[in-house]
Design a protein around this ligand. Structure first.
Ligand SMILES: O=P(O)(O)OC[C@H](O)CO
Length: 106
């Protein structure tokens, strides 16, 4: 109801963020069972920190915007959720590229 003609507006970045988190947990668990170089390849980077920071701020804004006095914050909450989803995918690609580099050197 809130998003009218675009009900998927929050669903799409949410699925991207959740999918990335599940993928990264699995990849990290696998990397931890392999050699130290692989664990280093998936060590937290600053993109991951920005991803988490923007995600937390976006969620806070989205929750606050459910209150009628903060309703006008909704677009910025959605915008920030997309920024966070972008950083999620970007950091995932960075981790995967680092893993590939280690694996190809073997
Ligand atoms: O492991 P990442 O890339 O999801 O980042 C994790 C953290 O939130 C950084 O502190």
């Amino acid at each position: 109801i809130v998003f009218g003609p675009v009900p998927w507006l929050v669903t799409v970045p949410s699925i991207a963020i959740i999918g990335r988190e599940i993928t990264m947990s699995a990849v990290r668990e696998w990397a931890a069972s392999q050699n130290g170089k692989l664990s280093k390849a998936v060590a937290v980077n600053s993109l991951g920190k920005w991803k988490t920071a923007t995600q937390m701020i976006a969620l806070t804004i989205l929750l606050a915007s459910r209150d009628s006095s903060f309703e006008r914050l909704l677009p910025s909450g959605i915008g920030l959720l997309y920024v966070s989803a972008g950083l999620s995918i970007w950091s995932l690609v960075v981790y995967m590229r680092q893993i590939m580099r280690v694996l190809l050197k073997k």
